[in-house]
Design a protein around this ligand. Structure first.
Ligand code: R2B
Ligand code: URA
Length: 309
């Protein structure tokens, strides 16, 4: 049986530094960021990353490389059009690229994968003494009652019971963490979307699940234990609770970034409307263009923040 429940909430960093709330870290002579193939003794992290102001994370390594190349062009940086180097090339778990003040990192699929990456990324930002970092997850999702290709900016990440919480078992106890995201940042992103008229952008709740198939109410997995009616009843309840899209990382992302005082946002494109089906049938070119949409919005946001437009 599970033990007591604790609740932890979002932190505020007045200094703009990343708050790593772990007393053990200070006692360590060296910190090896194993899955990133980086470390405090092997790399000069302040020199490599000290000036990073924007961190963008997304599931796929190739998409995050494409995003870094796109940002290189958008920011008019030297070397635009050339290849970018994978900073984590020594690890085949995650990929990391940089374009000026922008770091682009892949996180794989699902909460366990993004959690491991975030622990090491947050420590990296701490060791590098980065200040005033904004972190954004750009991803894909299934939409709820909205046109495929719409971009959803998350106001609140909720779990499969539509609650704004991230639960994790620590030493046998359930630790509950808040999944609040930065409201000001979400509003700023929505304002940027007004200058990109070619696709709809909206603010809504994002539901985060532990599975793509049964966990998201799909009928087309290898197993399914419910009827089509039950599925639609669940998805409509989610819609009525304010959920506009479904993905697999947002609660952990919001909770871990919130705990260390990082200003965080989640911006995902929807690949289909889950009230209309389960399978993703759009052609590759269409899906490829959909995946550009969050990237275009974030590029506009970063350019605006840097005073480039
Ligand atoms: C969105 O897309 C992936 C599943 O296809 C998952 O990582 C997510 O959150
Ligand atoms: N990613 C998800 O998690 N769900 C979808 O339906 C599409 C992409």
């Amino acid at each position: 049986t599970l033990g007591a429940t604790m609740t932890e909430t979002t932190a505020y960093s007045g200094s703009g530094l990343v708050l790593v709330k772990n007393p053990h870290l200070d006692l360590m002579e060296e910190d090896v960021l194993y899955h990133l193939d980086l470390g405090t003794k092997t790399h000069d992290l302040p020199a490599m990353f000290g000036d990073i102001k924007f961190v963008c994370v997304g599931g796929s390594p190739n998409r995050m490389r494409a995003f870094a190349q796109f940002m290189q062009r958008e920011l008019g940086l030297p070397g635009a059009g050339e290849d970018v180097a994978d900073i984590c090339a020594g690890s085949d778990r995650y990929a990391m690229y940089r374009a000026g003040p922008v770091l682009s990192v892949s996180h794989g699929m699902g909460i366990p994968s993004i959690s491991i990456m975030l622990h090491e990324l947050i420590k990296l930002l701490h060791h590098a003494r980065c200040r005033d970092v904004t972190i954004i997850r750009i991803g894909t999702s299934g939409g709820l009652g909205i046109e495929a290709g719409s971009v959803v900016i998350t106001d609140t990440a909720v779990d499969s019971c539509f609650q704004p919480r991230f639960e994790q078992v620590v030493l046998g106890d359930v630790v509950v963490r808040s999944t609040e995201l930065d409201k000001g940042l979400a509003a700023e992103l929505l304002a940027c979307s007004r200058d990109i008229p070619d696709f709809p952008t909206l603010i809504g709740h994002t539901m985060c699940t532990y599975d793509f198939y049964e966990g998201q109410g799909r009928l087309d997995g290898a197993f399914c234990s419910f009827s089509s009616e039950k599925k639609l009843e669940y998805l409509r309840r989610a819609y009525d609770a304010g959920v506009r899209n479904i993905e697999m990382e947002s609660t952990a992302f919001a909770a871990l970034c919130g705990l260390c005082g990082l200003k965080a946002a989640v911006v995902c494109v929807t690949l289909l409307d889950r009230l209309e089906g389960d399978q993703i049938r759009a052609p590759h070119e269409v899906l490829w263009e959909y995946q550009q949409r969050p990237q275009r919005l974030i590029a506009a946001f970063i350019r605006k923040r840097l005073g480039l437009c």
